[in-house]
Structure formats: structure tokens, C-alpha cells
Write a protein that binds this ligand. Structure first.
Ligand code: SIN
Ligand code: FE2
Length: 209
């Protein structure tokens, strides 16, 4: 499933970009995403400050990441459907485990997968992923569809950032010294991708509990 010879780029200590590592399974990932969305639809959420996020999101896994006026947290029940989130598809888990191991995290056991869909104009400001219990477990982030600029910083909001294009099939694994690094993406530009049309999807695998 993984290309053995994809290019790797070290973004920071503990943060690796595996170029095209998910490309071979992208079509299957996208059809599994469709299956998840049929059960737990994409939705727009507000931040605790009451601001609508520009990406649409949903989750699969034992828990899902949610945001509303009371804060950010993981929930076992999808607040939109009042049902459990769909399970993480076997292919997702295989990919996440495989790339985490290649990046030096052989014991990654994600229990949450956040699915973000970016449309033209969607963006994600600098933030830390820190709603999880165990920071020894890395974050695995998979990009599908249209490209976007990834900003990867350091331990503080004002740390210098490196800018990299994330393209279809790219995977970023960040853990260790970079586990709490600030990161975000620029604004999605108009485009058409043969598999995703005008959208970019991002899968973020995490061990929440
Ligand atoms: C995120 O960090 O929540 C998303 C990053 C991305 O879309 O690549
Ligand atoms: Fe993040």
C-alpha cells in the first residue's frame, strides 16, 4: 500500500513529511470517507469564541473531536446524530499505523480520526493539537485533493514557521519534540482535482484517550 521510495522531508525534529505516502490508496480512502459522511455528515462548528470555522468536519473512531461554545473536546457520541461515530475503516488504521511506524512511532494506536473538508476560501489558523491525553503518541495527517500551504512552527505561537505545499497523497507525522508544535494551513485556492473536485480533505489521526 505504501510507496517504499517516497521522498521524506524533515519539517522540524520529530516532524516528517512523507511525500505521496497515501497516494496509492487515495481512491479507496475517499470512498471510505464518503461512507463515514453518510453516517456522520460533514458540519460546520463554532469555536468557543462563537466564530464559525471555515472547514466542514466530521469524525470516525471511538471518539470524535468537537467544538462548540463550551470548548474543544472529544465525544463518544456525534452531537449531530446522537449516535456513535462510525468506526475507523481498516484501511485508515493500516495507513496510519504504517506511516507512523515509518516515521519512528511504531506503537501508534489512533482512536480518533478527524475529517476536514476545505472548500475554496477555507483555512485553518495556527493552533496546537493538545486535547489528547498522551503526548507520546504522534499526530498523523493525510492530505487528499487540492493542494494547500502548510505552516509548521514550534512550541509557541510566535515561533518561526516553515511553509510547505501539502499535495494529494502527502502525509505528515509529527510527534516527539514536535508533538505540540503550532501548525495550520493557508487559504484553499480555487481548483479542480480529478478525485475530489473543488475540495481538499484532511484526515487527522490521533490517540485521544
Ligand atoms: C489541522 O491541523 O487540524 C488540519 C491540518 C490540515 O488540514 O492539513
Ligand atoms: Fe491540527
Amino acid at each position: 500500500m505504501l510507496f517504499p521510495e517516497f521522498q521524506t522531508v524533515e519539517l522540524a525534529p520529530g516532524a516528517l513529511l512523507l511525500r505521496g505516502a497515501a497516494e496509492a490508496c487515495a481512491t479507496d480512502l475517499l470512498s471510505q470517507i464518503e461512507g463515514v459522511i453518510m453516517v456522520s455528515p460533514l458540519r460546520t462548528v463554532v469555536t468557543p469564541m462563537g466564530k464559525s470555522m471555515s472547514v466542514e468536519m466530521t469524525n470516525c473512531g471511538d471518539v470524535g473531536w468537537v467544538s462548540d461554545r463550551t470548548g474543544y473536546r472529544y465525544e463518544t457520541i456525534d452531537p449531530l446524530t446522537n449516535l456513535s461515530w462510525p468506526a475507523i475503516p481498516a484501511l485508515f488504521a493500516q495507513l496510519a499505523n504504517g506511516v507512523a511506524a515509518q516515521a519512528g512511532f511504531p506503537e501508534f494506536h489512533p482512536d480518533a480520526c478527524l475529517i476536514n473538508r476545505y472548500a475554496m476560501g477555507s483555512k485553518m489558523g495556527l493552533h496546537q493539537d493538545r486535547d489528547e491525553q498522551d503526548f507520546a503518541q504522534p499526530i498523523v495527517s493525510v492530505s487528499l485533493g487540492l493542494p494547500i500551504t502548510f505552516n509548521f512552527g514550534g512550541g509557541t505561537r510566535t515561533s518561526p514557521t516553515t511553509k510547505t505545499q501539502l499535495r494529494h497523497g502527502d502525509v505528515v507525522v509529527f510527534g516527539g519534540q514536535s508533538r505540540l508544535a503550532f501548525h495550520g494551513v493557508g487559504t484553499l485556492r480555487r481548483g479542480q482535482h480529478s478525485l475530489t473536485g473543488p475540495y481538499r480533505f484532511n484526515l487527522t489521526f490521533r490517540r485521544a484517550g
